[in-house]
Design a protein around this ligand. Structure first.
Ligand code: SAM
Length: 264
């Protein structure tokens, strides 16, 4: 049921039109983007949401966009007062803290798709690994050597906890992605890159630690009209595009794209 359906008898028509279309639920935390124009109605909206979703114990209102290298946003508490929870996805368990380390459940389909493409025996690197939502399912379902890297100490600490509870063994490095050319002696078969906004240059750095015919799953933010030029650039730089698609809207007219690239 949409928020609009839930509130249709409680808010006048002109207010209903400002309601967000949806909300995200991570573990038992619901995150909702309430505009300024509904400031006076924020608790009414939270109450309606909580009565509909009995599994939700905390409601956070987004106050800032994702920012900084950690890629975390600011929140106002509308119900409850914590930002940590336990989220289940792809048969794995994730401890998350939304104020400390980036996490979004919206990519679960992509994470599952990547698991299916990995082959047993590969050496895999997950750059920008966060609390482990790409890496942990790959380890669980494939027989691989796998390493994660993130520069946020809180994300690495949560990753370690998640590795333990999911009973997986993986190397986790607290390091800057810009240092990858100097960090690894052995090249990788596959690199997964859920790249934060503004760090597309990491793709060039990763080329130096990828085997010939190695694969990169490169996530990037683009506007539709930028795609033809970006594809040409990739090809000019020695990447064969095996597959690409849009995998989520992030801002008006800006989408997240994934490119599966083969090093030529
Ligand atoms: C978009 S999030 C992806 C997190 C995770 N893979 C996921 O899907 O939930 C980007 C991650 O990159 C990390 N990060 C940002 N800049 C970095 C850098 N220069 N070096 C290493 N990690 C970085 C952030 O701490 C964050 O965890």
């Amino acid at each position: 049921m949409s928020l609009r359906d839930l509130l249709k008898d409680k808010l006048p028509q002109e207010k209903l039109s400002f309601l967000p279309k949806g909300f995200e639920v991570i573990g038992d935390i619901a995150i909702i983007n309430i505009p300024q124009s509904l400031d006076n109605e924020k608790y009414l909206i939270a109450e309606a949401l909580a009565s509909h979703r009995r599994d939700v114990g905390v409601i956070l209102r987004k106050t800032d966009k994702l920012k900084g290298e950690k890629r975390v946003g600011g929140f106002e508490f509308l119900l409850g007062n914590r930002t940590s929870t336990v989220h289940r996805e792809n048969n794995c368990i994730f401890h998350v803290d939304l104020a400390e380390a980036y996490f979004s459940g919206k990519m679960y389909f992509e994470r599952n798709r990547i698991v299916q493409t990995v082959n047993d025996g590969e050496d895999v690197l997950v750059l920008f690994c966060g609390v482990g939502p790409f890496l942990i399912p790959i380890w669980k379902m494939k027989n691989v050597n796998i390493t994660g890297l993130d520069n946020n100490p809180a994300a690495c600490a949560l990753f370690k906890k998640n590795a333990e509870i999911n009973r997986i063994e993986a190397n986790i490095l607290l390091a800057d992605a810009n240092s990858v050319p100097y960090l690894f002696k052995k090249p990788f078969d596959r690199i997964v890159m859920p790249t934060p906004y503004g760090q597309d240059h990491s793709l060039t750095l990763c080329r130096t630690i990828l085997k010939p015919e190695g694969i990169v799953h490169f996530y990037t933010f683009k506007k539709d009209f930028e795609i033809p030029h970006f594809k040409r650039l990739l090809e000019e730089n020695g990447w064969q595009i095996e597959f690409y698609r849009k995998c989520g809207g992030v801002a008006p007219r800006v989408d997240r794209y994934v490119f599966d690239l083969l090093k030529q």
